[in-house]
Structure formats: structure tokens, C-alpha cells
Write a protein of this length. Structure first.
Length: 398
């Protein structure tokens, strides 16, 4: 399918305009990097803790920010996650875990501060928060209190333990699955299969249903983060090297050099935009960069493949004209492929939410820059090389 027919755009004639735009973007990225204090790395690379919270009613993010003071737990990033009706919040602690420090220390500090802000009435209460305890505490209470009077029925110790542990497990399962980590009231547990009303009433003497629950904690140490950062850079570097070898073998070395130079250009501009906007660089962003590298070099190879064919068919034409013809001949394919892909990732950028923001931003920007660089960067490099070779050949002949 051809969108454009008989295109005659002189792309090489506009190369200095293209190069000027690229230089401006690169310089802006470098300035942004130093002015903004470098990149904003995510927890994957810096180390720290991610805590997933669930509240029994719509959470007030401003109240959470006031509760989690930077001087108490370090720099935090607080954002809603999942469907708004689920009242879920993600807290990122950007502090690096020091040597000898407990991995869950940030988790404990957040829990203490949130109780002070959202559960002050039970702060000094001897009762335990059912929404933030494990199976053993509930099972031990049920075994000790024996609300179903199994001891009076001459049951063995193992039978009593098995009965109440199964009941405690049913309560935990109901809380974690039906309530998605939280119950609004202990009476809700009466709906759990295999749980007696007497057991629920017994829980009320020792437990209460708190207003929030910590659903999960992910921690990354500083050493692990540094290693991930090194591996990410190595992955991108090796991908560049592999593509250089492949393109050099399939075409000529100059084609491989031009494609890799264009890839450096794409990655540098994309990272410059990350520095300017201070968007977080995480492992998903690295995955997007690798996707961008593959996408961009594929578009460049399509153009170079057409150039190779036209060099055989149009021996009397100049290389500049052949490059222009090849770009124009593949323009419909480029716009169809890049356009459809761009619409997909741009929709992801608009509606994908905070979790996919870095990934979708990388691909949205990368597809534009990658398509542009195949025409505006890679092609002029090949043209410059052939011109240099022709001049040297002409001088030798003279």
C-alpha cells in the first residue's frame, strides 16, 4: 500500500537543517542534565523501598505526604495506583539502604507514621491491627482462647491446632482476596467460609480493623541498584555492538557505522529529554530503550536495503540522488509502520497511568526521533563517506 506516489523530496539537500535541529536537541539535553542535577533514577538503580498501601476509604494524598515527612523517612514519591475505587497508593522511599541497616526499616517507619496520622486512637492500644498482621498471631490467639470449645470436646492438641490454624488461614484468605488486603470491620470475617461467629467475636478482644493495610513491600539495596545500572548500560552497549557487526556484514562497514551513530543520536536525545523532564529512569525505561534501538535500526536497514538495490540499478546516478530516491521510495512504508506504532504507544502514554509513564514516554519520543534519524542522520553519513571516497579516487586518477 502506497500513501505517497512519485515523491521527489530532496532530503539530502536539507541535511544541514536536520543536523542543526539535532545539535540543538543534544545541547539542550546536556544543559538539562547539568542544570537539573543529572538523571532521576528509580528505585531499581538507586536502592530504596516501594510500599503498596490500601485504605478503607478514598485516601488524601496530601495528608499522606504530611505524615511521611522527608526528615523522617527521606524523600518519598506518593501516587495512586490501580483503579481509584480500590483506594490503593504506592509510596516510594528514595533513600538508599545503608550497610547493616534493616531492609524493612523503611517499611516500619512508614507504618508508624501512618498510624500516627490515620489511626491515632489506637496508637497506644494493646490491640493488634488485623489488617497488618500475619497468620501466626491470629492462629495463636484462636488456639489460646478456644472460641469453639474444642478442648471441652476432648479433642487432641493436634486437632485443635489444625482446626484453628485452618480457620485463621480462611480469615487471612478472605482479607487478602475478598477484601484485597483489608477488611473494614472484623464482622466482615463472618462471611468467610469455615469461620464461626464465636471466633470472630473472640478476635475483637485482641484485634481491631485498622484504616489502612500495607499490601506489599519491595526493597532494593544500593549495591544491587548499582549492579543493575551497570548491567543496563552493558545491555545497551552490547546491542549496539551486535547491530554494528550485523549491518557491516550484510552491507558495508560504513552502513553499520551510520546506523550505530544514528542509534547513539536517538538514545542521547531521549535521555536528554529524561534529564530535562526529570522523569524516572527504571528497568522498564531500559527495556523501552532497547525496544527503541531495535525499532530504529530496523527502519534504517529498510532504507539501506533499498539503497543497495538502487546502487546496482542506477550506476550512473550520484549517491546523493540514489539516497533521496531510496528514502522517497520507502517513505510510504516508513509512515505506515511508524505512524501506526506511534498511535499505539501515544495512547499508552496518555492512558497508561503512572506505572507505564516512563516506558510509554520513551517509545513515544523514540519512534519520532528514530524515524527522523534514519533519514536525517544515517543517510547523510553514508553520502559523506561516498563523496570522500569519490574525491580520493578522483585525485588518484588525476
Amino acid at each position: 500500500m502506497e500513501i505517497f506516489r512519485d515523491v521527489t523530496v530532496d532530503w539530502l539537500g536539507k541535511k544541514w537543517y536536520f543536523l542543526g535541529v539535532s545539535w540543538v536537541l543534544l545541547v539542550l539535553g546536556i544543559i538539562g542534565y547539568f542544570v537539573r542535577g543529572g538523571f532521576s533514577y528509580g528505585i531499581d538503580f538507586t536502592g530504596g523501598t516501594i510500599i503498596y498501601l490500601k485504605f478503607n476509604k478514598t485516601p488524601d494524598l496530601d495528608s499522606i505526604r504530611k505524615a511521611l515527612r522527608p526528615e523522617s523517612v527521606g524523600t518519598t514519591i506518593i501516587q495512586r495506583v490501580d483503579d481509584p475505587s480500590k483506594n490503593s497508593v504506592q509510596v516510594r522511599l528514595q533513600t538508599v539502604i545503608a550497610e547493616g541497616q534493616e531492609v524493612d526499616s523503611g517499611h516500619k517507619a512508614v507504618k508508624r507514621l501512618l498510624r500516627q496520622a490515620f489511626d491515632p486512637a489506637n496508637l497506644d492500644s494493646p490491640k493488634l491491627d488485623f489488617n497488618n498482621i500475619g497468620l501466626d498471631a491470629v492462629a495463636q490467639h484462636l488456639i489460646a482462647s478456644d472460641p469453639d470449645n474444642w478442648k471441652g470436646q476432648n479433642k487432641t492438641t493436634s486437632e485443635i491446632d489444625s482446626h484453628y490454624r485452618a480457620m485463621a488461614s480462611a480469615m487471612m484468605t478472605y482479607r487478602d482476596k475478598k477484601g484485597e488486603g483489608l477488611v473494614n470491620s472484623l464482622d466482615d470475617l463472618k462471611s468467610a467460609p469455615g469461620v464461626s461467629a464465636a471466633a470472630v467475636e473472640s478476635l475483637k478482644s485482641r484485634f481491631y480493623a485498622g484504616p489502612f493495610a500495607i499490601k506489599g513491600v519491595e526493597s532494593v539495596g544500593a549495591v544491587v541498584g548499582s549492579d543493575l545500572r551497570r548491567r543496563a548500560a552493558l545491555a545497551v552497549g552490547l546491542s549496539f555492538l551486535g547491530m554494528l557487526v550485523y549491518i557491516a556484514l550484510r552491507f558495508k562497514f560504513i552502513y553499520g557505522f551510520a546506523a550505530i551513530f544514528a542509534l547513539f543520536h536517538d538514545v542521547a536525545i531521549t535521555l536528554g529529554l529524561f534529564a530535562i523532564t526529570q522523569k524516572e529512569i527504571s528497568l522498564t525505561v531500559i527495556a523501552a530503550l532497547l525496544t527503541l534501538v531495535g525499532y530504529s535500526v530496523n527502519d534504517t536497514i529498510v532504507i539501506f536495503d533499498r539503497v543497495r538495490e538502487n546502487l546496482r540499478l542506477m550506476r550512473k546516478e550520484s549517491v546523493s540522488r540514489i539516497l533521496n530516491i531510496s528514502i522517497n521510495q520507502t517513505l510510504s512504508r516508513t509512515i505506515m509502520t511508524s505512524g501506526m506504532t506511534f498511535l499505539s504507544v501515544f495512547a499508552l502514554f496518555l492512558f497508561g497511568g503512572e506505572v507505564l509513564d516512563g516506558f510509554s514516554f520513551t517509545l513515544t519520543v523514540g519512534i519520532i526521533i528514530g524515524t527522523y534519524s534514519s533519514i536525517a542522520i544515517a543517510a547523510p553519513i553514508v553520502d559523506f563517506w561516498y563523496r570522500s571516497v569519490d574525491q580520493k579516487t578522483g585525485r588518484k586518477a588525476a
